[in-house]
Design a protein around this ligand. Structure first.
Ligand SMILES: Cc1ncc(COP(=O)(O)O)c(C=O)c1O
Length: 424
C-alpha cells in the first residue's frame, strides 16, 4: 500500500547508503541462498546438537510443559524450571559458581558490560572483539581503549596507566573471525596485578575447547574472582540464548541492575531446555568436542594439499576451535570465491570491511564435527580452485596489501570505529 506524499528525508539517507553498498559490493542478504547448500561450512552448530535426538526431545518436552514463550521478564513471571535447570547444567559444564540466562549472547554481553562498567571504569578492549562487546562498551558510557589484537603488553599498559578507579578488560576466548585463542592466563595475571576484571566471551569456546568446558576452564581460571564469562547457547549448544557466568554475587547484581535482563522477555523455555540438555551431553562426553578438532585438522590438511602454490592455503594450520580463517587478497576476491562456492553448493562465511577491524577480508570455515571426509575434501578442492587465479594475480600473504592493512590497523586511534567489530 502506498500512502502518497514525499517520504521523510531519512529515506534519502537510506537510499544513499544502499547505493554505496551497491557500488562497493558490500551487500548483505537475510534471504536464503538461491541454491541448496550441500556442504555447510558457515553455520555455528559445531557439534550438530541442534538436531540431536536428546536435545530436540528436551525442547519438545519443554514446549508441551511450558508453552511457546516465557510470557514475561524473568523478574516478573517469566522464569521457568527450564531456566534454573539450564543454569545448573552450564555451571556444571564450565565450573563457574553461577549462571544467568538471557535471551541471546548479544544481550549477555550488553548485560555484563553495562552492569559492571560505569563512567568511572576504563573499558580495555581487544581490537577484534565481537560487535556485541563493542556496542556494550558504548552503552556502558565508560572510556574505551582498544589494544592491538592479542597484545598482552599493550593491554597491561592500559590497565596500569589508567586514571579511572576501575577497569574491565574485554576479550574473546576463541576469536569469532580469526579463530585464534586469547592468552587468558597472561591477561588474567595482568588484571589481578592492576585490579581489573577480565570479561571473556566464550561464544566460540564452550562446547569446543577444553573438552567442551571452554578455554577459561582449560586455562585453570574457572571460579577465579577476576574472571567473568559470557556465552551464547546458539553455537556449539545448538539452541538459542545467552548466559553470563561467574560468582553468585555477580548473578545477583545482574538480576537487579542489568537492563537487557530486566527489560526483556525471558528466554523461551524450549531453548533453555535444549541448551541445558546439550550442556549435559557435552559435559558427559569429551569426545564430542574432540570431533571438531579432528575435522579442523583434516580441513587444514586438505586445504594445504589442494592449495599448493597458494600462500594463504599453504599457511593453513588448525586453530584452537572450530573457526578456521582464510585471509583473502581483497574484499572483491573474498566475495567472488564465496559466491563461486555457493554455486558449487558449499557455504562459507565471508567477512569483509566493515566487519573486519583490520581491513583484511577473510573466508571463515567452520569445522563442524558432522562434516564427512568427502565433504571436507570437496570443499577444500573447490576453494583452492576458485582462489588460485586470484592468488597468482595478487599475493594473499605477508608482503602484500594484507600486511600493510594489518600494520595500519595497529596504529589506528584507540577508539572502536562505528563500523568496527566482528559480526559473528
Ligand atoms: C563472539 C560472539 N559473541 C556474541 C555473539 C552473539 O551471540 P548470539 O547469536 O547468541 O546473540 C556471537 C555470535 O553471534 C559471537 O560470535
Amino acid at each position: 500500500m502506498t500512502t502518497g506524499g514525499p517520504a521523510p528525508s531519512v529515506y534519502g539517507r537510506v537510499a544513499e547508503l544502499a547505493a554505496e553498498r551497491e557500488r562497493t559490493g558490500l551487500i548483505r542478504s537475510a534471504d536464503p541462498a538461491a541454491r541448496p547448500v550441500r556442504i555447510d561450512l558457515a553455520s555455528n552448530d559445531y557439534l550438530g546438537l541442534s538436531r540431536d535426538r536428546q536435545v530436540v526431545g528436551a525442547g519438545r518436552t519443554a514446549l508441551i510443559r511450558a508453552g511457546t514463550g516465557a510470557r514475561a521478564s524473568r523478574v516478573a513471571r517469566g522464569t521457568h524450571d527450564e531456566h534454573a535447570d539450564a543454569e545448573r547444567a552450564l555451571t556444571a559444564l564450565t565450573g563457574q559458581e553461577s549462571a544467568l540466562l538471557l535471551s541471546s549472547g548479544y544481550l549477555a554481553n550488553l548485560a555484563a558490560v553495562t552492569a559492571l562498567a560505569d563512567a568511572d571504569t576504563l573499558i580495555v578492549s581487544d581490537q577484534h572483539v565481537h560487535a556485541s562487546l563493542i556496542d556494550a562498551a558504548r552503552l556502558a558510557r565508560g572510556t574505551v581503549a582498544v589494544f592491538p589484537h592479542q597484545d598482552v603488553d599493550a593491554a597491561t599498559a592500559l590497565l596500569r596507566d589508567r586514571t579511572q578507579p576501575r577497569a574491565v578488560l574485554l576479550v574473546e576466548s576463541v576469536y569469532s573471525v580469526l579463530g585464534d585463542a586469547a592468552p587468558l592466563r597472561e591477561l588474567a595475571d595482568a588484571c589481578r596485578a592492576y585490579d581489573a576484571l577480565l570479561l571473556v566471551d566464550e561464544a566460540h569456546g564452550i562446547g569446543v575447547v577444553g573438552e567442551g568446558r571452554g578455554l577459561v576452564h582449560e586455562s585453570g581460571l574457572a571460579g577465579d574472582p577476576y574472571v567473568v564469562v559470557t556465552a551464547t547457547l546458539s553455537k556449539a549448544l545448538g539452541a538459542q540464548g545467552g548466559a553470563v557466568l561467574g560468582p553468585a554475587r555477580l548473578r545477583e547484581h545482574l538480576v537487579n541492575t542489568a537492563r537487557p535482563f530486566i527489560f526483556d522477555t525471558g528466554l523461551a523455555p524450549v531453548a533453555a531446555a535444549a541448551a541445558g540438555r546439550a550442556a549435559r551431553l557435552v559435559a558427559a562426553d569429551p569426545t564430542l568436542a574432540a570431533g571438531v578438532a579432528l575435522v579442523a585438522s583434516r580441513l587444514c590438511e586438505r586445504l594445504r594439499e589442494h592449495g599448493r602454490g597458494i600462500p594463504a592455503l599453504e599457511a593453513m594450520r588448525p586453530s584452537t576451535g572450530a573457526v578456521q580463517s582464510v585471509p583473502m587478497p581483497s574484499a572483491a576476491v573474498a566475495a567472488e570465491v564465496a559466491a563461486r562456492l555457493v554455486e558449487d553448493g558449499i557455504d562459507v562465511g565471508c567477512f569483509r570491511p566493515p566487519s573486519v577491524p583490520d581491513g583484511i577480508s577473510r573466508l571463515r570455515l567452520t569445522a563442524r564435527a558432522t562434516l564427512t571426509d568427502d565433504q571436507i575434501d570437496e570443499a577444500a578442492a573447490r576453494l583452492a580452485e576458485h582462489l588460485r587465479p586470484h592468488s597468482l594475480a595478487e599475493c594473499a600473504c605477508p608482503a602484500g596489501s594484507n600486511a600493510e592493512k594489518l600494520h595500519d590497523a595497529r596504529s589506528r586511534p584507540e577508539q572502536p570505529d562505528a563500523s568496527g567489530g566482528a559480526d559473528r
